[in-house]
Structure formats: C-alpha cells, structure tokens
Write a protein that binds this ligand. Structure first.
Ligand code: IMP
Ligand code: MG
Length: 175
C-alpha cells in the first residue's frame, strides 16, 4: 500500500455532469417503462445511487455481490455468487450497473447468468470502460468514460479496499 499517490483523472464536477447525461439518455430510451437497476457490489454502489437519482422514471433497485475466482489482479471469469438478487428478473427492463469493465470476463459470465432469468431486456451501464484490457467481448450500452489502461480508484473503485469514497476518479501512480 505504500509508495503511491492518487492523481485526479475526472473531477467530481466532470463525473457528476457525465452521470447526468447518462441519466437523461436512459430516461429518454426507457420512456413509459419502469427500469430495474442491478448493482454489482461493492464498486457499482456509488455510481448506481447517483445514476438512479437522475433517471426520471419509476426505478427499482437490487443488489448482488460476486467474487471471481483467480489470482490477485486477473479475473478468471468463473464467478461465485456471494449475495444473489432479492427479486426475480422475469419480464423486467434490467440495467446492470457496474463500476468498470476491464477484461470483461466477470461481466460476460454474469450477463449470461442474468439473461437466463428471463428479463424483458438486459443492458449494461458502466461508469468506466478499459477496452485495451478486454479479453471477452461484452456488449456495453451506456459508458461514462472510456479510459486507457491505468489503475483507477474512487467513486466506488478500490485499491486494497481503500479509496472507494473518493468523490472523483483518480489514477493510482506508483512512486
Ligand atoms: P473483469 O472485467 O472481469 O476483468 O473485472 C472487472 C473488475 O475488476 C471490476 O469490477 C473491478 O472490481 C476490478 N477492476 C478492474 N480494473 C480496475 C481498476 O482500475 N481499479 C479498481 N478496480 C478495478
Ligand atoms: Mg466490480
């Protein structure tokens, strides 16, 4: 944990403005419908709350927690459900809300699993996307920011469980 510092990548104002734009787009795209937001804990929680406040439709929320098998920094794609959703997804307009899509392994597995539960529609909304790291194809409908291959923290994202509460997106710089 020592020997690093955080540099601002996207300030709180910039992130807020972008989430407002995403909220506006979702409000437009789902006009007349009810959206069911599924948050992948813990990273997606901060983003989901801010996004939900900016969707001017009936919104319901649910949460799940997964852990991916695999070594420290590489996810294997095989995931274990730590906490499953409380509600069924059958016939709902589901948007999975994530903090970041990296290799895409976790998400592609998760989306397949949730798709099997019969939602009316299933889309993915991520605050950040690191396409350079993609190993498994993932269909992302809503992206906050596309970023280069840097390790980022804040707005739900952690480095060893720290920095989730930063109100901005920062890059971890190793000294
Ligand atoms: P993947 O797409 O299956 O490789 O896994 C993505 C998960 O790895 C995300 O949900 C994050 O929890 C974590 N992750 C990937 N990149 C970063 C980063 O830059 N900072 C913090 N966590 C990250
Ligand atoms: Mg995550």
């Amino acid at each position: 944990m020592s020997g690093h510092h955080i540099e601002v990548m996207f300030s709180e104002e910039v992130v807020d403005r972008r989430i407002q734009e995403l909220g506006d787009r979702i409000t437009e795209d789902y006009k007349g419908k009810q959206v069911h937001l599924v948050c992948v804990l813990k990273g997606g929680a901060f983003f989901m709350c801010e996004l939900a406040k900016r969707i001017k439709l009936d919104v319901s929320l649910d949460f799940m927690s997964v852990s991916s098998y695999g070594s420290g920094t590489e996810s294997s794609g095989l995931i274990k459900i730590i906490k499953d959703l409380d509600e069924p997804l059958k016939d709902k307009e589901v948007i999975v809300v994530e903090d970041i899509v990296d290799s895409g392994r976790t998400l592609s597995y998760l989306l397949r699993m949730l798709g099997d539960r019969g939602p009316k529609s299933l889309k993915l909304c991520t605050l950040l996307d690191k396409p350079d790291r993609r190993v498994t194809d993932v269909d992302v409908t809503y992206t906050g920011f596309t970023i280069p291959d840097e390790f980022v923290v804040g707005y739900g994202l952690d480095y060893d469980q720290k920095y989730r509460n930063l109100p901005y997106i920062g890059i971890v710089k190793f000294d």
